[in-house]
Design a protein. Structure first.
Ligand SMILES: *[C@@H]1O[C@H](CO)[C@@H](O)[C@H](O)[C@H]1NC(C)=O
Ligand SMILES: *[C@@H]1O[C@H](CO)[C@@H](O)[C@H](O)[C@H]1NC(C)=O
Ligand SMILES: *[C@@H]1O[C@H](CO)[C@@H](O)[C@H](O)[C@H]1NC(C)=O
Ligand SMILES: *[C@@H]1O[C@H](CO)[C@@H](O)[C@H](O)[C@H]1NC(C)=O
Length: 357
């Protein structure tokens, strides 16, 4: 039984895959309602003046000013995580995902579900390559940021490779940076779909909130502390959905996660991803940090949601975020989402801030 490997099996397409092989489709801004207003002639001049002025006064509005002052995409090369977080934060909170180009359809699918809960404005997309940075910001200015150096896109995609490990290893650093800037942050993998707003479930004032990746059914009133270690001596907490408050405790967990990744570097034999290190970090900090396990019925692993029909029926109406893990392959993930009516990008792209991708 190696449950963790299920998550690791999120294989990315090779170069011949139709999705990754497609040329970048850059659309203009005109398709968004706000932008169509901006582009009406009467509104344009005063707005440009206002935005340029704001761009001087307020760092977060610079993306908009830049759009008018130059059409150059490379402007985004110097856009920082601090600027993106300041731009997107609402109530001191940002929602973050990390995406490379082959995952754009999943990003779009996830975003539609986030937009249905009216939380899309809070999203910061950490682009793992320049094509993604430009594509997202061209469609949705200010919401994507690239933290250099960009991982080598050829090596970053292959599951089990050192490049893949390096790519996932960047996550705790990004999250720590956001905490140090003073924001609360929710991290999501983009092979997730929101069915409801997760924020009301972040009860109390704990440092770190997370979900269990174990498929075993828990009682509805299960405890919210870190579960006991499993067969490998550690827990199977998912690094796919994490909420952190900007507290000493949450920062300590991120630092410990970074250390664990350094202590157990990638090796051909282990083919590690970042999740075991996250679990060791939780294990080592558990005594000093206030941890909170989110309810399984609201945040089930894919190993439960897609595999136990009777459980899904029993917990009907309680599900909040569905994670499409415990499956191998990019196309199989899409097919499964389609089968469960969770693939929204074909019929509902008008609900996405990115439009049709
Ligand atoms: C804003 O954040 C505070 C503290 O995290 C929380 O209690 C409150 O419910 C949030 N308000 C909204 C509107 O989300
Ligand atoms: C991964 O990171 C290590 C350490 O920073 C580096 O030496 C190595 O070249 C990287 N490998 C790839 C394939 O990105
Ligand atoms: C941490 O892991 C060790 C080794 O598996 C285990 O004995 C211990 O109970 C764990 N601690 C917590 C808080 O889970
Ligand atoms: C499926 O869920 C039911 C509860 O609805 C549980 O009793 C059963 O053990 C689960 N089956 C498996 C294979 O985990």
């Amino acid at each position: 039984m190696s449950l963790l490997h299920q998550r690791q099996q999120q294989k990315l397409p090779d170069h011949n895959h139709p999705l990754s092989g497609r040329a970048p489709a850059f659309y203009g801004l005109g398709q968004r309602p706000l932008s169509s207003f901006l582009f009406t002639r009467a509104a344009l001049l005063p707005l440009v003046a206002l935005l340029v002025l704001l761009g001087v006064l307020l760092p977060w509005s610079r993306p908009f000013a830049a759009l008018f002052s130059s059409g150059s995409l490379s402007w985004w090369n110097s856009y920082t995580l601090a600027q993106a977080a300041a731009f997107a934060a609402r109530n001191g909170t940002v929602i973050v995902c990390a995406v490379s180009r082959p995952y754009l359809p999943f990003l779009n699918n996830w975003l539609i579900s986030v937009a249905r809960q009216k939380r899309q404005d809070q999203v910061v997309v950490i682009a793992e390559d320049y094509a993604t940075l430009y594509d997202v910001n061209r469609r949705w200015p200010g919401h994507a940021v690239l933290v250099p150096p960009a991982p080598d896109s050829q090596t970053a995609h292959k599951f089990g490779s050192q490049g893949f490990f390096n790519f996932t290893s960047r996550r705790p650093r990004h999250l720590l940076h956001i905490l140090e800037l003073g924001y609360s942050v929710m991290y999501n993998d983009v092979d997730m779909v929101w069915l409801a707003d997760p924020f009301p479930y972040l009860e109390g004032n704990h440092d770190v909130y997370f979900t269990d990746d174990m498929a075993a059914v828990k009682p509805l009133n299960h405890p919210h502390n870190l579960p006991p270690p499993g067969k490998k001596g550690r827990t199977y907490i998912c690094s796919c959905m994490i909420f952190l408050r900007p507290t000493k405790g949450a920062k300590q967990v991120m630092k410990s996660w970074i250390e664990e990744l350094q202590n157990q570097p990638w090796s051909k034999k282990r083919k590690a991803n970042d999740q075991p290190a996250f679990n060791w970090a939780l294990n080592k900090t558990a005594g000093q940090v206030d941890l909170y396990l989110l309810p399984q019925a609201a945040f089930p692993t894919g190993g439960l949601y897609f595999k136990n029909e009777s459980w899904v029926k029993e917990t009907k109406g309680m599900h909040v975020i569905i994670h499409n893990n415990y499956i191998t392959g990019f196309e199989k993930k899409i097919k499964r989402f389609q089968e469960y009516d969770l693939w929204l990008v074909n019929d509902h792209s008008d609900e996405s801030p990115l439009g049709r991708i």
